[in-house]
Design a protein around this ligand. Structure first.
Ligand code: GLV
Ligand code: MN
Ligand code: MN
Length: 403
């Protein structure tokens, strides 16, 4: 008898080997590593009887044709990783529905609708200061201005996509007809400790958090570290440090709020000169959009205060509203988890997902798989073959009764 969870683990290992060299998985969008993952997944999709295409947003689409007029169930997640991330975030949500279709095929069971397995190019937003282009393309919500955004090497998203063989100006035609789409199911490693603490392999997501990202620049005054009087200094790093502490304080003060300064650069960045410039990011997340927005406004006011006498720029570079999952589809997923022996635990997601963009097209639901020690975005990330096997069972069950 085939061990479907072990089969998923083997494919995920093979995909992780296609990473950039170094610790963990690094697979950024529109790179040779992305191409290699597309090729391996395409082969496996074809072997499972799917028709494979790469759309002009870089989404790999494996389609299994079902009876005419019965609609299409979309299932998938993103192929990309963060730098030195894990082998499960995103890509596991491509592999598990594919394995579920392999299982149904091996059992000789035809699906009651068409099914597509999707591997989106870019959910992490690590290479370009935007994300979710593939899922937004299907929903028809891509802002074409994002194509002019640049990566750290000055390459525009448009140029990276074109070099990958895509025609980014055709993104507009990728919009799907909502009348044909039954829904979108995304399977994802939980990336937190809730399921492990509850002793549950699987859970169903209630809502995906909202996010806002700020870019903050401070210009003060440099000078000799030994001779410049302490009084009256315009030290950009001292101001930046106060802002870091304020982000943390604001987030600690609200139950559901997360606040992070993930990037900070200073100049001249030498041991014996007062820092003149600081450039940093600040990110807030919450399932409550009002709470998140209030934190952003409070942070800008605090930055004005703490940077008095220096030059300050504060810009919101990215915003995404919180997204509840669709009640009916999520209930069906809960029922399938229960049929597979789970409690059907429901929990919110503090990470964002392609499902948040697809909610503009169709009902969305998310299946979470237990994560070892709650660790994610790092090489130690792990979902066990046993837990993935249970998820495959649930996905196959859902495909056979999509609603
Ligand atoms: C991606 O994992 C994110 O939530 O930023
Ligand atoms: Mn992810
Ligand atoms: Mn991630």
């Amino acid at each position: 008898m085939t061990d479907w969870g072990a089969r998923a683990a083997d494919l995920l290992d093979d995909l992780a080997c296609l990473s950039e060299p170094g610790a963990g998985a690094t697979r950024l969008p529109f790179t040779p590593e992305h191409r290699a993952a597309v090729e391996l997944l395409s082969d496996r999709m074809r072997q499972a009887g799917l028709t494979v295409t790469l759309d002009d947003a870089g989404t790999l689409v494996g389609r299994l044709e079902g009876p005419k007029g019965r609609g299409t169930l979309l299932m998938g997640s993103h192929q990309d990783s963060v730098r030195q991330g894990g082998a499960y975030d995103g890509i596991m949500g491509v592999v598990l529905p594919l394995i579920a279709l392999e299982k149904l095929r091996a059992e000789g069971r035809a699906t009651p609708c068409s099914v597509e397995v999707l591997a989106f190019a870019d959910e992490e937003g690590v290479r370009f200061p935007t994300a979710l282009v593939g899922s937004r393309a299907l929903a028809g919500t891509v802002d074409p201005a994002v194509l002019e955004m640049t990566d750290g090497d000055g390459v525009t998203l448009r140029a990276a996509m074109t070099a990958f063989g895509l025609e980014p100006d055709r993104i507009g035609v990728l919009k799907r007809d909502p009348a044909d789409v039954i829904g979108y199911i995304e399977t994802h490693i939980e990336q937190g400790p809730v399921l492990e603490r509850a002793g549950e392999a699987l859970g169903v997501v209630s809502a995906i958090c909202g996010i806002e990202r700020h870019s903050i620049g401070i210009v003060g005054e440099t000078g000799h570290a030994g001779t410049m009087p302490m009084e009256g200094r315009k030290d950009a790093l001292v101001a930046a440090s106060a802002i870091v502490t304020e982000v943390n304080r604001l987030a600690l003060a609200s139950d559901g709020l997360r606040g992070t300064v993930g990037s900070l650069a200073i100049g001249p960045n030498v041991v014996n000169a007062v820092p003149r410039v600081a450039r940093m990011t600040a990110e807030f997340r919450s399932a409550d959009d009002a709470e998140r927005r209030a934190a952003g406004v409070a942070l800008h006011a605090y930055a004005e205060e703490v940077c008095a006498g220096m030059e300050l720029s504060c810009e919101v570079t990215y915003q995404q509203a919180a997204q509840p999952c669709a009640a009916e589809l999520s209930e069906r997923l809960v029922a399938a988890v229960k049929r597979a022996g789970g409690q059907g635990l429901v929990l919110p997601s503090g990470a964002t997902h392609d499902a948040s963009a697809l909610a503009d097209l169709c009902p969305v639901a998310m299946l979470f798989v237990r994560c070892r020690d709650g660790m994610s975005h790092r090489p130690e990330e792990l979902a066990t073959p046993e837990d993935m096997g249970r998820a495959v069972e649930v996905l196959a069950d859902l495909v056979m009764s999509p609603g």
